[in-house]
Ligand binder design. Structure first.
Ligand code: MG
Length: 341
C-alpha cells in the first residue's frame, strides 16, 4: 500500500458560552487535529483530551510525536492500524482515537464509500440527540433552555448543592424529558437516593453518573433503589468488566475519547447489549470531525448525546447533521464524510 504521512496541530475550540459542570468551567477547549495522507486522499481525525482522564493537548501531541515513521507501512487491510494502536503503551486514548479515526476516514475514501455503509450500519440515521444545558444560575439555565427550544430532549448538568432549585426552575419553562448528569457530584448513597426520589416525578428520562466512579457497591444499591434508569459514564472508561457495570447500571455511555477506538466502541456496544445494557454514545466538547465519528457509532445505539460541536463558536468542519426531529444523520460521502470549512 501507499506510503502515509501523519501530521497534527492544536485545535483550540472557543465555546459559544462558558460551559460549567460539577468539576469546573471551560471557555476554550484545546483539542488536536490529525491528518493522514498518502498524497492523494486525506483522512481527518480529532483528539478531545479530557483532564478527568489525565490527558491534554500536550500528552496527545507527545504520543503522536512518538509514533514511528513506519507505523503505516505494511498495512494488510483496515484492521491493521486499529490493532497496532490497541497495543501501544502507555495509552493516550484520545490520541489513539484521533489516529484511528483519520485512518478509517482515509480507508473509506480509498474504498469510495461511507464508513457507516462499509460497516453495514442499519441506516444512516441514529437516535435523537439531547442538548446539554451547563450549570449556571437558574435564570441563565432557563434562558438556555428557551434558546434551545428546537430540541426535544435536554441533558441537564447537576451535582451541586442547589440541584432541586435548578430542576424546579427548569420545570417552570419546559415539560420536555430531561436527562440528568450529576458528573459524580452526589457523594453519599443517602444523597443519591434522595435525589433520585426527588427526580422520579419530574419527567426525568435517566440519571447519568450519580456517584463517584469506583463506588460500585453503593452504585449497585442505588440501582436496586432507583425508580429511574442509571447510566455509567465516568464509571466506564473501556477496561472495566461489563458484567460489573451491568450489575450497577442500566445504560453505558460510550465515548470515543475514553475508549480510544471506533472499532473497540463497536465491539463494546455489542457486548454491552448482550448483557442487557442500553448504550448511549456521548462526546467530549469536540468539533464536527470527532463528533461525526461518534455519530457513526450512534447508529447502533439507543441514545445519542452528540451535541459537543453545537457548543463551540467556530466549528472547523462539517459532517454529521441533525434532522427536523434532531436525530443524528450521517453524510452520504466516502469515509467519515467530514469536510473542513
Ligand atoms: Mg457524562
Amino acid at each position: 500500500m501507499s506510503h502515509f504521512k501523519l501530521s497534527f496541530s492544536p485545535l483550540d475550540l472557543r465555546l459559544s458560552q462558558p460551559f460549567t459542570i460539577a468539576r469546573g468551567t471551560k471557555r476554550v477547549v484545546n483539542n488536536v487535529q490529525v491528518t493522514i495522507t498518502d498524497g492523494t486522499l486525506t483522512g481527518y481525525g480529532e483528539a478531545g483530551p479530557n483532564a478527568r482522564y489525565e490527558e491534554d493537548a500536550e500528552t496527545v501531541m507527545a504520543f503522536l510525536n512518538k509514533l514511528p515513521d513506519n507505523f503505516f507501512d505494511n498495512v494488510d487491510g483496515p484492521g491493521t492500524i486499529p490493532n497496532r494502536l490497541a497495543h501501544l503503551s502507555p495509552p493516550v486514548y484520545s490520541a489513539k482515537a484521533a489516529v484511528e479515526m483519520a485512518w478509517l476516514d482515509w480507508w473509506g475514501k480509498h474504498a469510495g464509500r461511507p464508513l457507516w455503509e462499509l460497516w453495514d450500519a442499519p441506516s444512516a440515521t441514529g437516535p435523537v440527540t439531547s442538548y446539554t444545558i451547563g450549570l449556571d444560575t437558574v435564570d441563565v439555565m432557563q434562558q438556555k433552555v428557551r434558546a434551545a427550544a428546537e430540541f426535544p430532549i435536554y441533558k441537564v448538568k447537576l451535582g451541586t448543592d442547589r440541584d432541586r432549585a435548578i430542576i424546579r426552575g427548569l420545570r417552570e419553562v419546559t415539560d420536555k424529558p430531561i436527562r440528568v448528569d450529576a458528573n459524580e457530584g452526589w457523594t453519599t448513597l443517602d444523597e443519591a437516593r434522595a435525589m433520585v426520589d426527588f427526580l422520579a416525578d419530574q419527567n426525568i428520562e435517566l440519571v447519568e453518573q450519580p456517584m463517584p466512579a469506583g463506588r460500585t457497591d453503593d452504585q449497585r444499591k442505588l440501582r436496586e433503589y432507583s425508580p429511574l434508569p442509571l447510566c455509567a459514564d465516568e464509571s466506564f472508561m473501556g477496561h472495566e468488566s461489563l458484567d460489573a457495570i451491568a450489575g450497577a447500571f442500566d445504560i453505558i455511555n460510550i465515548k470515543l475519547m475514553k475508549l480510544g477506538s471506533m472499532v473497540k466502541a463497536r465491539a463494546v456496544t455489542d457486548e454491552a447489549r448482550k448483557r442487557g445494557l442500553k448504550v448511549m454514545i456521548g462526546c467530549m466538547i469536540e468539533s464536527s470531525i470527532a463528533n461525526t465519528a461518534g455519530a457513526v457509532l450512534s447508529l447502533w445505539a439507543d441514545y445519542a448525546d452528540l451535541d459537543g460541536h453545537l457548543l463551540i463558536a467556530d466549528d472547523p468542519a462539517m459532517g454529521l447533521r441533525l434532522d427536523e426531529q434532531k436525530r443524528v444523520v450521517l453524510p452520504d460521502m466516502p469515509g467519515l464524510g467530514v469536510v473542513l470549512r
